[in-house]
Design a protein around this ligand. Structure first.
Ligand code: TYD
Ligand code: MG
Length: 460
């Protein structure tokens, strides 16, 4: 019998150390090192034994299967984020805060797939089969092809999967799964990592698409999801603001598609419903004739989305003024404030600046720069932006406005939403078409002229 060892494992990133430390030297998080038994015996991970591995190298064009081998989840917004449906044999991690709707989303997808006549196994480690049924009844998801099991032992689930050969399996959640040979408790990094590796082996070996639910926060602080990100093919993050019924699904990692696509849902009485017109949703309730508000034509993946950028600028009572952004990277805001100060002469140094993307969307594409700068200037100068003007463009450190991709799509969406004027970068070719189509383009070279064009002449 080999000697038992224990080590301190970071619950955030999986870093392992023989002695306890207050701060993980790998990921830098505090108080995340927890003592776990190490397993000197055979490693439980059969996960890496991907089917076909023992056959040795083969010519790439003779390898079976292709990325076109996808199954529709029956939830169009989920298909979009996955890159056009569920890839056969893929392992997908769906993360998000508790209560955001992960179980609901996956049960809906499971049921939609089952209704197409394909067998699906829904493993619930958190709720009993009866509770899962109640939820299924609520969202109208009862189908004889949908099998449920309230199992947490990975070996048992392995048996179910071999016996019933479903095309899709949902494991809700990975934190409740355990491998009995391992001594550490369910939810520990070792259990989570080894269970996920086993599911990876099953997915690849049996050609079953497996969705793992993982509770995690954006910083990835609970029970080792960072470790999981490396194991799985795709990581989806489901997010929503506490008070709002809107939910956004985005891909953080995707081996089979882009990570730019977002799916927008609304949580209702009968589960989640896809939002086909997100722009209308994000612009809903927009105040008109108020300074500090600008509409941005963003491009999230292949889809254009209009959002309202709101800014509030107040005189600071602190030595170091506050700069706070919601839905936008804070550093990005600081950079744009510096450009406004240096290149447009706005003396923001003694003012607090608050910025928010209304509706809870997080935007990281460069086209948001110009609307953010204009919203801040609008708040500072107390001049409004015309309610039917939309903006997009990247702002350079020299104060220049640079072109961003997908001009046509953004303009078409703006036009569809009733906007008739667009302030954007000078560069670009296909401009005239839209000027004729009812939207007047106002090309600008730098931030100074952008402010002149975007802001109304008189203070609000
Ligand atoms: P759930 O899917 O259990 O969240 P998670 O698995 O991410 O923890 O969703 C929980 C919330 O969703 C709960 O607060 C109730 C709400 N909900 C609805 O509003 N409508 C519905 O049809 C369902 C099933 C849940
Ligand atoms: Mg759940």
């Amino acid at each position: 019998m080999p000697k038992e060892r224990s080590a301190f494992v970071c619950q955030n990133c999986g870093y392992s150390s023989l002695r306890w430390m207050g701060r993980c030297p790998d990921c830098g998080s505090w108080n995340t090192l927890v003592e776990e038994r190490q397993e000197p015996k055979r490693r439980a991970s059969s996960g890496r034994a991907v089917a076909g591995r023992e056959e040795g190298p083969v010519p790439i064009d003779s390898v079976e299967g292709d990325a076109g081998d996808r199954l529709s989840s029956g939830v169009p917004e989920l298909d979009r984020v996955l890159g056009g449906g569920i890839v056969r044999g893929s392992l997908v991690l769906v993360g998000g805060d508790p209560g955001v709707g992960k179980s609901t989303l996956l049960l809906q997808a499971a049921s939609a797939v089952a209704c197409q006549g394909t067998r699906v196994l829904y493993v619930s480690g958190e709720e009993s089969a009866a509770q899962t049924k109640m939820r299924a009844q609520r969202i109208g998801a009862l189908s004889p092809n949908l099998l449920v099991s309230a199992e947490t032992d990975v070996a048992e689930i392995e048996r179910h999967l071999s016996a019933h050969a479903p095309a899709l399996a949902i494991v809700d959640s990975i934190q409740t799964m355990h491998i009995s040979e391992l001594e550490s408790s369910p939810g520990s990094v070792t259990q989570v990592r080894e269970s996920a590796a086993r599911f990876l082996g099953l997915a690849k070996g049996l050609g079953i698409s497996v969705f793992l639910v993982g509770h995690m926060t954006k910083s990835g602080s609970i029970a080792g999801p960072r470790v999981l990100e490396h194991i799985v093919d795709t990581v989806l993050y489901f997010e929503g603001e506490g008070s709002s019924s809107y939910r956004i699904l985005r891909a953080i990692k995707n081996r089979f598609g882009s990570t730019n696509e977002i799916g927008v849902f609304e949580m209702g009485e009968k589960g989640l419903e896809g939002v086909t017109n997100p722009s209308a949703m994000f612009l809903d309730g927009r105040p008109e004739g108020v300074s500090g508000s600008a509409v941005a034509a963003c491009s999230e993946g292949t889809r254009p989305v209009l959002v309202e950028v709101q800014a509030l600028v107040t005189r600071s009572t602190l030595g170091m003024p506050r700069r706070m952004a919601q839905g936008l990277d804070n550093n990005r805001l600081s950079l744009l404030l510096a450009v406004l100060e240096k290149r447009a002469g706005l003396e923001l140094g003694t003012y607090d600046v608050y910025l928010k993307i209304a509706g809870g969307l997080r935007v990281s594409e460069p086209g948001i720069d110009l609307p953010v700068a204009v919203a801040v200037a609008s708040a500072f100068l107390e001049k409004t932006v015309n309610a039917r003007t939309v903006l997009f463009g990247e702002v350079g450190l020299g104060g220049e406005i640079r072109a961003t991709p997908r001009v046509e799509e953004r303009l078409t969406e703006a036009l569809r939403m009733g906007f008739d004027r667009c302030v954007t970068a000078q560069a670009g070719r296909k401009r005239t078409k839209h000027a004729e189509g009812g939207i007047t383009l106002v090309p600008v070279r730098d931030i100074r002229s952008a402010l002149v064009e975007a802001l109304d002449r008189t203070p609000s």
